[in-house]
Write a protein that binds this ligand. Structure first.
Ligand SMILES: [Zn+2]
Length: 255
């Protein structure tokens, strides 16, 4: 809500914010403002002060895995969007299937309505989770967030029906997009890595381990939540890529 002094007293105007504005308003503090009249419309320009993003090198990477059972898991062991999120999604999918097979005008109308509601709910959840992920990266002092390259996501979701996979695909991509722009607005890098074997390999020793439901265990003795193990692998892959880049960019001066 904007509160403005005018010649005829104080007026209050609601602010209409898009995602772009919301993300930038969150971390900054307003410094200056100006009211501009352009082509018949009033615009309110706001100058924000934010902390200049620092460039970090050689600091840890936060790995983030997106999964079937949890919306996201981090390499630091945090899980987001589990249980009831999945239940609601399953109920939505069941209802959608029923309405689609019915095919009447009223069921098509209801389908549009609940689909819109589901999309808004997922979007809200993705905003919440992406913000928590970026905060987690800041908490550990990470300079980079490693995300899965989702090109092959179909193979990563076990027993996925086509319809289900499609729903996931856009929801996961949206989550990644939100993480990416929230991260970038705070000066964090985002790297997309090939998740090959990230769910089967042990993030401690690199050997192929055993995945039983949510538990990953390895013969080396390492045990972790399977999604967190996958996230740790993504972080390791990203760290290898980053250290290779550093050695390319900083050649041995003596040589
Ligand atoms: Zn191991």
């Amino acid at each position: 809500m904007l509160s403005l002094y005018t010649l005829s007293g104080r007026i209050k105007v609601p602010m209409v914010l898009g995602d772009f504005q919301r993300v930038r308003l969150e971390p900054g503090s307003p410094k200056e403002a100006e009211l501009v009249f352009r082509n018949g419309t009033w615009f309110f320009n706001l100058v924000l002060e934010t902390q200049a993003p620092e460039v970090h090198t050689g600091e840890p990477v936060l790995g983030v895995d997106v999964g079937e059972n949890n919306l996201a898991a981090t390499s630091t062991g945090k899980l987001f969007g589990g249980g009831d999120l999945r239940d609601r999604r399953d109920r939505f999918l069941a209802l959608r299937t029923r309405l689609q097979s019915n095919g009447s005008a009223s069921s098509r109308q209801l389908l549009r309505k609940i689909s819109g509601r589901e999309a808004r709910r997922v979007k809200l959840e993705n905003h919440r989770v992406s913000k928590a992920i970026v905060l987690e990266a800041q908490r550990i002092g990470a300079s980079t967030i490693a995300l899965e390259d989702l090109t092959n996501i179909r193979e990563n979701i076990k027993g996925g029906r086509r319809i289900r996979t499609r729903l996931h695909r856009w929801a996961f991509r949206q989550l990644q997009t939100f993480v990416a722009y929230k991260a970038q607005s705070l000066g964090l890098d985002v790297i997309f890595v090939d998740p090959a074997y990230s769910s089967q390999s042990c993030s401690l020793c690199g050997e192929i381990g055993l995945r039983q439901k949510h538990l990953f265990s390895c013969s080396c003795g390492f045990r972790a939540h399977a999604d967190c193990n996958a996230a740790r692998n993504l972080a390791r892959i990203a760290e290898r890529i980053l250290s290779a880049r550093v050695s390319v960019n900083a050649p041995d001066v003596a040589a």
